[in-house]
Design a protein around this ligand. Structure first.
Ligand SMILES: [Zn+2]
Length: 416
């Protein structure tokens, strides 16, 4: 994701695929750095623009083509941008915040830009655009600043930030509190589950359930990491099969080894995120790298997009586990920071099967769920390839009694 091309134009009518000049606001400008839309709102410093969550709401933006043509707006064409409640945006110097002002009349000093080769073709709303101002000769992009809305001209990148030192501290603090909470929840839930833990050792496993969701990230090119809708038919079918196979392994292992049924978290088993993910979330590290990233941009993104439910806010009982399908896990194919988070990551390779393995379908997603439920690479597991917690592939899906007891005792695997 480049800095200058980080806006999505989202139509209120999702059957629309292009941008038309409108009399009424019928679009939103969504910034993919902050996952929020731009709307009119009063603030103490700078232009009255604020960020708002993209939940279904009255659309805020309308575009007017300088040509007055009713046809779809083209890349590079001069347009005016109107914000509901504010007016038309134009370049104008200010003492505080980005140099933008309001105009009552349309000001055609903007261009929507994408790949340079696309100039004069209709803007494709499936891809991000840059907001280019012809007076400033620059792009508007997201960048934190001390005064006014967090927007800047690209040439001002990194300036005017007496950077919210408190912001990065807040991100880290959120991460630490989240991990601490998860750790406490884990201990409390495990203490309460001690009877089931002992019973499992004697081979008695009463039916339990687990809530799981697979969330597929989108790359910087806007394509889903797996099963992108624009793939040729044959590749798409093959990748959908990989997903189905991974899900089948998860269901089979939970059912046969743990007497646990897999539920779709919040009724959604597989979700593809609508916008490209930040680079930090697409390429993740494992080990202490993953733990550190949990406090940074990647962790923030994963927590924001993870499946949640109400009970987890209380004690973590029955918290869903989210499997993020990312582009690459450095030197590995999957990763979990164990009990400390409710998400795991698996990369493109981790979604593929291993030929000749005891379990021929992809086992990495299930293996990472094992980690999230408290299992580690323990030595008996390393000895036979049939065990789920063998560190590399090929592996199977078998769990030893003690592994079953530990997993079933996790706060993610519950009776209710
Ligand atoms: Zn592992």
């Amino acid at each position: 994701m480049s800095d200058q091309v980080n806006w999505f134009v989202i139509p209120s009518d999702n059957s629309v695929t292009s941008i038309l000049s409108n009399n009424e606001p019928s679009y939103d400008l969504f910034n993919e750095t902050v996952f929020q839309r731009l709307v009119y709102g009063e603030r103490e410093y700078g232009i009255n623009l604020v960020w708002e969550d993209p939940e279904p709401a009255t659309p805020s933006i309308r575009f007017l083509a300088a040509s007055g043509a009713p046809s779809a707006i083209l890349y590079g064409e001069r347009v005016a941008i109107n914000v509901r409640g504010g007016g038309y945006l134009r370049y104008g110097e200010r003492e505080y915040g980005i140099n933008l002002k309001w105009s009552d009349e349309p000001v055609y000093e903007w261009r929507l830009l994408g790949n340079p080769s696309l100039v004069n073709t209709p803007v494709d709303i499936a891809n991000p655009v840059g907001l280019y101002n012809t007076v400033a000769n620059d792009y508007v992009f997201y960048d934190p600043r001390r005064y006014g809305i967090n927007l800047k001209w690209l040439r001002d990148k990194g300036k005017f930030n007496s950077k919210p030192w408190y912001e990065s501290v807040a991100d880290a603090l959120t991460g630490i509190l989240d991990e601490l909470g998860n750790f406490v929840f884990e201990i409390v839930n495990r203490a309460f589950g001690v009877v089931d833990f002992v019973l499992t050792f004697f081979g008695i496993m009463l039916p339990k359930r687990v809530r799981v969701r697979i969330v597929i990230l989108r790359g910087a090119d806007g394509r889903a990491i797996i099963a992108d809708g624009r793939l040729p038919q044959r590749d798409l079918a093959a990748q959908k099969q990989e997903l189905d196979d991974a899900i089948a392994v998860i269901k089979k292992c939970f059912r046969e080894q743990l007497n646990t049924r897999v539920r779709a978290a919040g009724g959604v088993l597989v979700e593809t995120l609508p916008f490209p993910a930040p680079q930090a979330a697409l390429h993740v590290r494992c080990g202490t790298g993953a733990w550190r990233e949990d406090f940074q941009e990647a962790g923030k993104y994963f927590r924001y997009n993870a499946a949640t439910n109400r009970s987890q806010a209380l004690l973590g009982y029955g918290a869903p586990i989210t499997i993020f399908v990312v582009d690459d896990v450095e030197d590995k194919v999957g990763c979990s920071i164990s009990l400390l988070s409710d998400y795991v990551v698996v990369d493109r390779v981790g979604m593929q099967s291993t030929k000749g393995a005891p379990e021929p379908r992809p086992t990495t997603p299930m293996h990472e769920l094992g980690h999230a439920c408290g299992l580690w690479h323990s030595w008996p597991a390393l000895l036979h390839t049939g065990n789920l917690m063998k560190s590399g592939t090929p592996r199977g899906i078998i769990l030893e009694l003690y592994q079953r007891a530990i997993m079933r005792n996790s706060r993610h695997i519950t009776f209710l």
